[in-house]
Design a protein around this ligand. Structure first.
Ligand SMILES: [Zn+2]
Length: 589
């Protein structure tokens, strides 16, 4: 990598001064304090050294794993550079006249896995959120010593995956620092070891969870994935769980992940299963996306959107595998995994957007489509997560069928890790597909053409045949259907989505219509689905609604729910080969 001007300037100075001292590597020492947590304001100081005549500090516009421009520089206030001059170059970059101490306040009041948060219960942030990087000549993070000292609020402690001593942590790679989560508070920590490597599980929040069960199951999942890859690619791993009433989502990091889950969604088995699947998902990203990744996803350019056609591999394959790891680890029953695949197929194969958007387009446009999905996205787009998981099903079965059950998608993942696993360079667009063909020993042209670059309907014969499965539709499920999604908003029952193929669309219903009555009888958010279930498919019904404060009525012909319940189960006529394939696929269970 080319030296940045700042580094060259710094080097010139040190060479002139003495031979004792080696060329100075720029260094940034961040100190993050939180003297008044209830103000939601972190205070950050950065001691800059070895930066030369000038340098540029830049706040990332986005954070890896979450493909949306979030403008982390927007939360900065009171920026100062003690002993130097500075000017703002744009919305997120500061040009500073050489070594000095920079300081600023950082407002953090958005509790999510990807944004900073500070209140009287804890502090949380990612490196990309509040630690600007030093720019190199290309505008990318420069090679420098990045040190972070956290000054926790009284009585609080720090959990992070970054190497360090006490509350001071260090790396010479901003991609590592930016990727690191810091949890500061009174969280509880449980630990386990896999292959001699320590794993910590930090719990922030409260709820009806059983921490011991979570840790036991997590350990099994880690062991299972480690077995597949023949080891673990780190020396320490940290799970951070944010458990609060309205939280949700997860974000993967190099040696850690953050999972957010609603406080009271642990007790029911199906809720717990969804949570542990999230843990399995985020953990699998240790390999898929944090190490196996397209070139553009590391090293990172944080200044603007980074487009790739491969997010369906990064997220779709991860969604496909998250359930398999749980089954192989004995944490989830195989039938539950089959049920979840059936649910995905049911939902995605009835989504009108499947005829419009390919997986590659969904990946490429993640920044402006999936991450900024509007009420019409179901009609014009697909999620590279779920649709990608469907391709995972088809592809895995195809490889097993082509190799007589000797090889599978597991081999593709192992080989991809060996070939492109970080810190090795990532793969070029299209290379992963070639590698899948290499493992399968056959051309997969039709699969890519139809389901990755194209929008053809999916057929499951080959998949069912591989494992000896049956896919049947529950004929009893003649549920009435209006083809609209609704939600209670601002005290009104609102249409929030209109299915392109449904009766609501034909009757001209629109997002934001407020539904008042069905056939003259008042309905509310609570009673709406019950009242719809009373309707008869084929019959007419009248909806009374407000449309921009004007009273209108719409005549709908009640249809039948297109996604009548799909069931995926093991056939009684499974052949020995199918049995073997199934066991290898799903594990001992
Ligand atoms: Zn993911």
């Amino acid at each position: 990598m080319a030296d940045e001007p700042a580094m060259t300037a710094g080097r010139r100075k040190s060479v002139a001064r003495a031979t004792k001292k080696k060329a100075t590597k720029p260094a940034l020492h961040y100190t993050v304090s939180m003297p008044d947590p209830a103000s939601h304001t972190f205070h950050v100081e950065i001691k800059l050294s070895g930066t030369g005549e000038f340098c540029v500090l830049a706040f990332p516009a986005w954070t890896p794993g979450s493909y949306k421009i979030r403008e982390f520089g927007k939360n900065v206030s009171g920026f100062k550079a003690k002993g130097a001059k500075f000017e703002m170059l744009d919305k997120q970059r500061y040009r500073i006249s050489g070594d000095c101490t920079v300081s600023f306040d950082y407002y953090a009041d958005e509790l999510s896995v990807r944004t900073p948060h500070l209140d009287d219960t804890h502090g949380f942030f990612l490196g990309t959120n509040l630690l600007p990087y030093l720019e190199d000549v290309n505008g990318l993070p420069a090679k420098a010593d990045y040190t972070v000292t956290i000054k926790p609020f009284k009585g609080w402690k720090v959990a992070t995956s970054l190497k360090g001593k006490g509350s001071t942590f260090h790396t010479d790679n901003y991609d590592v620092l930016g990727d690191t989560p810091f949890e500061v508070g009174t969280h509880s920590v449980k630990s386990f070891k896999v292959r001699g490597i320590r794993h910590d599980v930090a719990f922030y929040g409260y709820g009806n969870f059983d921490a011991d069960r979570i840790v036991t199951d997590t350990k099994k999942i880690v062991e299972t994935q480690a077995k597949n890859f023949g080891g673990l690619p780190y020396n320490y791993y940290l799970f951070i769980h944010h458990i609060t009433p309205d939280s949700g989502g997860g974000l993967e990091h190099l040696n850690s992940c953050v999972c957010a889950w609603p406080s009271w969604k642990f007790k029911k088995e199906e809720d717990y299963q969804r949570f542990i699947r999230l843990v399995s998902h985020e953990f699998f990203h240790v390999w898929n996306v944090k190490r196996i990744r397209p070139k553009i996803l590391g090293p990172f350019d944080y200044s603007k959107e980074q487009h790739t056609k491969a997010l369906w591999i990064m997220e779709g394959m991860t969604q496909y595998y998250e359930r398999l790891w749980c089954a192989r680890a004995g944490v989830t029953k195989p039938q539950m995994v089959l049920d979840s695949y059936a649910e995905t197929i049911d939902r995605e194969d009835n989504r009108p957007g499947r005829r419009v958007m390919s997986l590659e387009d969904s990946s490429w446009l993640a920044w402006t489509k999936l991450y900024l999905a509007d009420e019409n996205f179901m009609n014009t787009g697909v999620s590279y997560y779920s649709r990608g998981a469907q391709v995972g099903l088809l592809l895995d079965a195809k490889i097993r069928n082509a190799t007589g059950g000797k090889r599978s998608l597991d081999d593709v993942m192992r080989l991809a890790f060996k070939r492109w696993g970080w810190p090795k360079p990532g793969f070029a667009e299209g290379e992963w597909e070639k590698l899948a063909e290499e493992v399968a020993g056959v051309k997969l042209t039709a699969l890519w053409r139809d389901h990755v670059r194209g929008t053809k309907e999916m057929h499951y014969d080959e998949f069912l045949d591989c494992y000896g499965l049956e896919l049947t539709r529950d004929k009893q499920g003649n549920e009435p259907w209006l083809g609209i999604n609704t939600d209670e908003r601002n005290g009104a029952l609102q249409v929030i989505g209109v299915h392109a193929d449904g009766p609501g669309r034909k009757a001209g219903l629109q997002p934001r219509d407020e539904i008042l009555a069905i056939d003259g009888n008042k309905v509310s958010g609570k009673s709406f689905s019950d009242r719809v279930s009373d309707l008869k498919p084929g019959a007419q019904c009248t909806l009374t609604l407000f449309r921009r404060e004007r009273l209108v009525s719409a005549q709908l012909k009640v249809a039948t729910q297109p996604a009548g319940k799909l069931k995926l189960q093991v056939s009684k006529k499974q052949t020995p080969q199918q049995k073997r394939n199934f066991r290898k696929w799903m594990g001992p269970g």
